[in-house]
Design a protein around this ligand. Structure first.
Ligand code: SF4
Length: 281
């Protein structure tokens, strides 16, 4: 079995730079010149009708669908000229367009106490509220949220910037985790707190992160650089603030994400040195 691949250093560098620009948040550019679109599934739940609609979208615009580790369904192999139509079709089917840029990502979650025999709290209403309030809020770097219905943490709670898991009497909150080349396990910030307090904590963490981070710095690094206790004090200081301003900014940002004129489509079809992704049989 030959799994070798040639690293395209220039493409890698282009991709890192492009992701820093406005207008690149929903666009995934592939090695072969095609494009990828990350389809968001709110609460990670879908209806049969939605799945049928998505099957049509894959057939019409993409080479293949791929399940990401973040609970997105990624459409791979889209031609540049089909990109805007594919994005529209995804929204019309009741899915979200997910960001791959520098903002608050969707919430990765487990089914919680509605379905899991181990669940200590129900997850879906809290996930929906966090997404409706904060998703796509601009941040210095990507900001991931993971929510699990018990301490088993099936949603990888402690490997996200903001992680929450259920306890017998509320929710425990963790900050500063990440995956990647050098994973960091998030540290406990508070808990157990009532469900209504979770968005208050998320707002305070986001305010503190946006105020204290260096440009392009992930939360893990900010916490390491200034110290966990300093970060925790900053969060506690703004815990009482209302967060309508953040919610309004996030709403505007989501709208822009769904409508933005994506950059990087002009050189669509220009093949790089890698072979095209094969379509499945
Ligand atoms: S984290 Fe707990 S509640 Fe959620 S799926 Fe895993 S075992 Fe079930």
């Amino acid at each position: 079995m030959d799994t070798s691949a040639k690293l395209d250093v220039a493409l890698r560098k282009d991709t890192v730079e492009r992701k820093k620009q406005q207008g690149a948040r929903c666009l995934g550019k592939q090695r072969d010149g095609h494009f990828a679109l990350s389809v968001g599934v709110p609460n990670a739940c879908f209806s049969a009708a939605q799945l049928r609609a998505l099957a049509d979208i894959v057939e019409r615009y993409a080479k293949v669908g791929h399940l990401s580790t973040a609970q997105s369904m990624v459409l791979l192999g889209i031609e540049g000229q089909d990109y805007a139509q594919a994005r529209r079709a995804v929204l019309e089917a009741g899915f979200q367009i997910r960001s791959v840029g520098r903002d608050v990502f969707h919430v990765k979650c487990c089914p919680g106490a509605d379905y899991s025999p181990f669940g200590l709290q129900r997850t879906f209403a809290l996930v929906a509220h966090l997404e409706e309030t904060f998703r796509a809020l601009p941040t210095p770097q990507k900001f991931k949220i993971a929510l699990s219905g018990c301490p088993n943490c099936c949603a990888n709670t402690r490997l996200a910037e903001f992680g929450i898991h259920a306890a017998m009497n509320g929710w425990k909150i963790f900050v500063g985790g990440k995956m990647g080349f050098a994973p960091t396990v998030a540290r406990e910030l508070a808990g157990p707190v009532a469900a209504d307090q979770v968005p208050q904590y998320l707002a305070a963490v986001l305010r503190s992160y946006r105020a204290l981070a260096e440009p392009n710095e992930r939360l893990t690094r900010t916490v390491e650089r200034i110290g966990f206790e300093v970060f925790k004090s900053a969060v506690e200081e703004c815990l009482h603030l209302p967060y309508e301003d953040l919610a309004a900014e996030a709403r505007q940002s989501r709208l822009a994400l769904e409508q933005e004129e994506v950059i990087g489509l002009l050189d669509a079809g220009k093949s790089r040195n890698a072979a095209s992704i094969p379509a499945p049989d």
